[in-house]
Design a protein around this ligand. Structure first.
Ligand code: ACO
Length: 325
């Protein structure tokens, strides 16, 4: 029995030029490099320039992904952008990216699932491709979280950064087994009972302002590992695979302690874990494609490798995607 799979043709990423180190933060607020590194693993993050919007980051990442895939922008008929920091309340940042790429056919829309956004966007595009509705998709995670941080709040402002990453997905007929290339399974979950544990205290429909990120860090930490491991086990069960079969584990890059604890609980060997949180901080929906690109560029992730992606974030939302590269 054959199946249509969403095969990754290429990936690309973009980071703003400005790097903000822990030492620079410590010069502004009551924190230290030691505290940040010990609690989170973060050493630096990138910050977008004033005239650099989320769409600009996304366009650069998309161009890099198209070049890596070796395909023309005009072959793209679906663009899904995961972001919680859109250029404007509307229209979608996806149409700004679509326009920037010179595409005016097909569909482009934003999707908002905070730090889980890239997994939700990947699953959405995968479903559209497998249904036959579209043929080739750009899935982009792009964020300028620096714009929604309260830079006086040391409990949150040290954690986040800006960036964008993208993948090109192509609908291809495959055998239908787990040896296929492409997205093998996705699992998405949400539980709105936790919506006040990690949120932005503003919005067009409530305060008519943009607002700032607020978080009960300990509460997030408490739920993160269980939620992450649940959806990864769902992916293993759906495909008859196990941690031993994985070549790479590329988690959402929020916090090294959450990543280590999740990998440990799942018996995933530390050398299979891709870590970029030290260099990028938490870039929300951009963190997974940014990490993926680092591991592809440095030669770790190769064609045929089995890669587990996962994320958990505000909402709470959480999800996994098992991909054969
Ligand atoms: N620098 C120095 N001290 C700080 C800082 C800082 N940046 N931030 C907080 N502190 C202080 C606190 O004020 C507190 O001081 P007190 O004991 O005098 O009151 C002390 O450090 C301990 O604070 P806690 O909040 O208990 O610190 P904790 O060990 O829980 O670490 C952290 C905080 C890193 C946020 C942790 O809770 C965590 O990792 N949570 C997960 C949240 C996360 O990663 N969120 C990312 C977004 S969600 C996602 O993407 C999954």
């Amino acid at each position: 029995m054959t199946a249509i799979r969403s095969v990754v043709l290429g990936c690309g990423s973009y980071l703003p030029q400005k790097v903000l180190t822990n030492a620079e933060l410590a010069a502004r607020i009551d924190t230290s490099d030691d505290w940040i590194v010990q609690r989170t693993g973060i050493r630096q993050r990138h910050i977008a320039a004033d005239d650099e919007f989320t769409s600009h980051l996304g366009i650069n990442a998309a161009r890099a992904a198209l070049a890596d895939a070796g395909v023309d922008a005009q072959s793209i008929d679906l663009i899904v952008v995961a972001t919680s920091t859109p250029d404007n309340t509307f229209p979608a940042t996806a149409v700004a990216i679509q326009n920037g790429l010179g595409i005016n056919h097909g569909a482009a829309f934003d999707l908002q699932a905070v730090c889980s956004g890239f997994i939700f966007a990947l699953a959405t595009a995968d479903n559209f491709l497998r249904s036959g509705a579209y043929k080739r998709a750009l899935v982009i995670g792009a964020e300028t979280f620096s714009r929604i941080l309260d830079w006086e709040d040391r409990t949150t402002c040290v954690l986040f950064g800006d960036g964008a990453g993208a993948v090109v997905l192509d609908a291809q007929e495959q055998s239908g087994g787990t040896a296929d290339r492409g997205i093998l399974t996705t699992h998405l979950r949400s539980d709105g009972r936790h919506k006040s544990k990690l949120y932005v205290d503003g919005g067009p429909g409530s305060t008519r302002t943009v607002g700032h990120l607020r978080m009960e860090g300990k509460e997030v930490f408490k739920h993160a590992v269980g939620m992450i491991t649940d959806v990864i086990i769902d992916a293993f069960k759906a495909t008859g695979t196990s941690a031993d079969d994985l070549d790479w584990f590329i988690p959402h890059q929020a916090n090294k302690r959450i990543i280590d604890a999740s990998a440990h609980k799942l018996h995933i060997a530390p050398q299979k874990v891709v870590l970029t949180v030290d260099m990028h901080g938490n870039t929300s929906a951009a963190s997974i494609p940014l990490a993926l690109c680092v591991a592809v560029r440095d030669g770790r992730v190769k064609k045929g490798d089995l890669v587990m992606l996962e994320a958990m974030g505000g909402g709470f939302t959480w999800g996994s995607a098992l991909v054969r590269w």
